[in-house]
Unconditional design. Structure first.
Length: 281
């Protein structure tokens, strides 16, 4: 074989290599950013008599999984939840007109089959949107409480916290005989767990965007690469998953279902949570 032909073959092989690598990287990027997983968590409490299953949605940012989110809806139906909660940023404020109907359609579809409770994030604080949700029988909670059996469900639409903030500014003291569950878009761990909530469900962090092996979670909104420590004190910021405060208090932070401002997830696929509350016998 001539040298000229050998060089041509090498160039062809190199081009093929680049094409294969580009395809694999594209497939990985698509998998990481546009396919969701289900994160399951179990919490035991002596305050829970009968098992309760909660589906927790957050940070959809207008994402679609199948036509009209049919894939997502079918996945949720398989969980057979007792009720569903959504902790804000279901659409992006920068793409309101494009994404708001997606969020409304998803929550209103689910509300025909399950009780759905919603608190707003910083993006989806829109009067028209809130009105549409209420008309669709989605229960929008704004610094109030709802009793569901032995669970008292609270919701806050607060996403900014002034210096010296105290939770008692928004809520009266808790009935400690009840299982007190708070929906809050922003996971302000130290405020809420110290107040005495048994469980806080939050989002906002997008799971830290990237979870880099041997390095840690790259938190886009605060400390970079915090330790993966599931037992936190008041100086820590929960990023993703279940965190334990005191003996009765937990915070669960969803990695979220969508992307904002761009799809740059790495080892941190979109997700929704299934939280099962069981009696601590």
């Amino acid at each position: 074989m001539s040298k000229k032909k050998q060089k041509k073959n090498k160039r062809g092989n190199f081009l093929l290599y680049l094409i294969v690598m580009a395809f694999l990287l594209s497939a990985f990027w698509g998998y990481e950013n546009f396919t969701f997983k289900v994160d399951t968590v179990e919490i035991q409490s002596s305050k829970i008599q009968n098992e309760v299953k909660i589906v927790h949605l957050s940070d959809l940012h207008g994402a679609k999984y199948g036509k009209d989110n049919s894939i997502l809806v079918k996945s949720i139906e398989k969980q057979s939840p007792d009720f569903i909660v959504a902790t804000g940023d279901m659409f992006s404020s920068t793409k309101k007109e494009e994404q708001m109907s997606t969020a409304v359609n998803l929550l209103s579809t689910l509300a025909t089959k399950y009780p759905v409770y919603f608190v707003a994030g910083e993006h989806d604080r829109d009067d028209e949107y809130i009105t549409q949700l209420k008309n669709a029988k989605v229960k929008v909670i704004e610094n109030e409480r709802i009793d569901i059996g032995n669970i008292t469900l609270y919701g806050t639409n607060r996403v900014y916290f002034p210096e010296g903030y105290d939770v008692s500014e928004d809520f009266e003291s808790l009935n400690k005989e009840k299982f007190n569950l708070l929906l809050a878009h922003v996971p302000q761990f130290e405020y809420y767990t110290n107040f005495g909530f048994d469980l806080v469900l939050s989002g906002d962090t997008h799971g830290g965007i990237a979870d880099i092996p041997f390095v840690g979670i790259a938190n886009y909104d605060g400390e970079w690469f915090p330790e993966r420590n599931q037992s936190f004190d008041e100086n820590d910021t929960p990023i993703k998953g279940l965190y334990k405060g005191n003996d009765i208090s937990y915070t669960y932070v969803s990695g979220g279902l969508g992307n904002y401002p761009a799809p740059v997830r790495f080892m941190n696929r979109p997700e929704y949570g299934v939280i099962t509350l069981k009696n601590k016998g």
